[in-house]
Design a protein around this ligand. Structure first.
Ligand SMILES: C[S@@+](CC[C@H](N)C(=O)[O-])C[C@H]1O[C@@H](n2cnc3c(N)ncnc32)[C@H](O)[C@@H]1O
Length: 322
């Protein structure tokens, strides 16, 4: 295992927690409650939550990145028994909580995407701005890397990823130049990939298009959208009535998914309006507290440019038993 301090840039880059005040305001309804930070990473939000907890208040810090979790553990060691750590991905959140006999969580936080620590480490391969291996795994024990997607996925599948996860117009063309290039020699590094893609990107919009290509591959490698959907579903199961779920997303695919999942749970009955009575048995499970997502103000965007695209949505579980 590498630690963040092993990174070439020294000192290790700091991840500034996004929309921190808003998260604390919405998430913490009971200072003696049990909270889960599903994306603890460097522990920015976690630390602020822990500082607010009183009496029996407790926080479980989860992340699928062991390096991040080690860093977080070290940062939060002063909070002793108030905090626990677990290497858990969203899909396994429920089974982890069950194994700990936990079923009444006061609040979950999901702060999606990558952290500065991951992005700035060239060896992780997340950024086209740094030359590194084509990796992009958040969970370093996972087999599939960006290298496998780029070098072995069929053309149609690559095009679909660029179209669906990158929302790129020239998806097929981009997939084709990757396939042509890898037929001559494998694409090994982030720089290789950038050089293959660049000539086919709109010159007026090159950086944006490149980051969309990288985003698309990253979403595929980490199965990010299925993970998110499953994570929200599992959090809903384990929230106590009155407990809250806060999700910060960073691009439209994530935000759309959060919005539609919240809407689904807040709707209750899904019978057609002309049915004389409800036959679906659907019950409202939550109340949406943010009709419009909360976004960083000008000052935060200026101080922390990575917060620019952040959107926070919050919901509250209603008093409805499973
Ligand atoms: C933006 S960072 C969180 C930063 C943190 N809130 C802070 O203030 O320091 C996102 C973190 O979520 C983790 N992550 C993303 N998707 C995940 C998933 N499906 N399961 C578990 N962790 C995930 C990443 O590994 C990363 O460490």
């Amino acid at each position: 295992m590498r630690s963040y301090s092993d990174q070439k840039s020294d000192p290790a880059p700091v991840h500034v927690p996004v929309l921190l005040k808003q998260v604390i305001k919405y998430l913490l309804t009971d200072p003696g409650g049990l909270y889960v930070d599903a994306t603890a990473d460097g522990g920015g939000h976690s630390q602020a939550v822990l500082l607010e907890l009183k009496q029996k208040g407790k926080l479980i810090c989860c992340d699928r990145d062991v390096d991040a979790l080690e860093y977080c553990k070290n940062r939060l060691k002063g909070f002793k028994e108030k905090v626990d750590f677990a290497k858990v991905n969203f899909k396994n959140l429920g089974s982890h909580l069950e194994s700990q006999k936990i079923n009444d969580v006061s609040g979950f936080l999901f702060d999606l995407g990558m952290s500065t620590l991951q992005l700035e480490d060239p060896e992780r391969g997340f950024s086209y701005l740094k030359d590194g291996s084509l990796d992009m795994r958040m969970d370093l024990s996972q087999k599939k890397k960006a290298y496998d997607v780029v070098n072995f996925y069929p053309l149609e599948k690559l095009a679909e990823i660029f179209r669906e996860y990158g929302e790129l117009k020239r998806a097929k063309l981009l997939a084709r130049i990757i396939v042509e290039s890898r037929n001559k020699a494998k694409i090994n590094t982030t720089r290789d990939l950038k050089e293959v893609l660049q000539p086919k990107l709109d010159p007026r919009n090159k950086s944006k298009a490149l980051s969309k290509c990288f985003q698309a591959i990253r979403i595929e490698v980490n199965d990010e959208l299925d993970e998110l959907k499953e994570g929200i579903n599992q959090a809903m199961e384990f929230l106590r009535p009155g407990g809250r779920l806060c999700v910060i997303s960073y691009h439209s695919l994530e935000d759309r998914l959060v919005k539609s999942t919240f809407n689904f749970y807040s709707k209750g009955c899904i019978c057609p309006p002309d049915f004389p009575q409800c036959v679906c048995g659907g019950k409202k499970v939550l109340k949406v507290l943010t009709k419009k997502p909360l976004v960083p103000d000008k000052e935060e965007k200026k101080e922390n440019p990575r917060s620019r695209s952040a959107k926070l949505r919050v919901c509250e579980k209603l008093n409805f038993s499973k």
